[in-house]
Design a protein around this ligand. Structure first.
Ligand SMILES: [Zn+2]
Ligand SMILES: [Zn+2]
Length: 237
């Protein structure tokens, strides 16, 4: 995890770019994590165990891994999972046992990494919010997405920080609403001759900022470690 000083500068820089800075930084961190797995950890037994226990990545991170361009690493990691499933099959599990096996696995390691980094970046965000340079960067940023604004507000914040953050987001939402209104108006056949201005991509920017978050329910709670619990039973026969 990056040091305190680095996180501060990462946040400032991310606020100078489009979209939610926390989303941007967490996505970058996960992309780096996936790269490091494919470059360095494919042959590390501890990571292989973790990956097997999670039955691989979730759909989103599997797709991201597919784009990382390290096919051999992917083949090695996923062959492990098929080995495990086919070993399980030798015990001739019932449909119910198959169901538990497929349902009860550890959370996606990349989702876990995302959550860890999200916590670090939001914690730093809270910590730096009273610094004038940080506030200034926030004031000129697109603001946080709905999911990260909600998570930020779960932290103990000073009342003035809450007002500052909410006022900035209300201004951003008002601006986006006006741009969407203009975008909708220019799509009317009576105004189609008018060229699009900055509102042309307002629907895309809105989609990025008005995300209510990922469905982490599976990853956060309840998932057991079906694959990890079974090896002794598996090797008995
Ligand atoms: Zn976000
Ligand atoms: Zn995931």
């Amino acid at each position: 995890m990056p040091g305190e000083h680095i996180i501060y500068h990462e946040l400032i820089e991310a606020m100078g770019q489009a979209g939610c800075p926390i989303c941007r930084l967490c996505e970058q961190a996960v992309a780096g994590y996936i790269d490091s797995i494919l470059y360095e950890q494919v042959n590390a037994p501890s990571f292989r165990d973790k990956f097997r226990a999670a039955m691989g990545f979730c759909a989103e991170h599997a797709a991201e891994m597919a784009g990382a361009g390290r096919a051999l690493g992917i083949a090695i990691l996923y062959k492990d999972i098929l080995d495990t499933l086919l070993e399980e099959a030798e015990r001739q599990p019932s449909a119910g046992e198959w169901h538990s096996l497929l349902a009860q696995h550890a959370p996606c390691p990349a989702c876990q990494q995302y959550l860890t980094m999200e916590q670090a970046y939001l914690g730093a965000f809270v910590q730096y919010m009273d610094r004038p340079a940080f506030r200034q960067a926030l004031e000129h940023s697109d603001g946080l997405c709905l999911a990260h604004l909600r998570k930020l507000l779960e932290h103990p914040l000073r009342e003035e920080d809450v007002h500052f953050v909410l006022a900035h987001h209300l201004r951003q939402w008002e601006q986006l609403r006006q741009e969407l209104g203009e975008y909708i108006r220019k799509n009317d056949y009576r105004f189609r001759h008018e060229a699009f201005g900055p509102e042309g991509d307002s629907w895309q920017r809105t989609l990025e900022l008005l995300t209510s978050g990922r469905d982490w329910k599976e990853g956060e709670a309840g998932r057991g470690t079906g694959f990890r619990r079974r090896p002794s039973a598996r090797r008995r026969g």
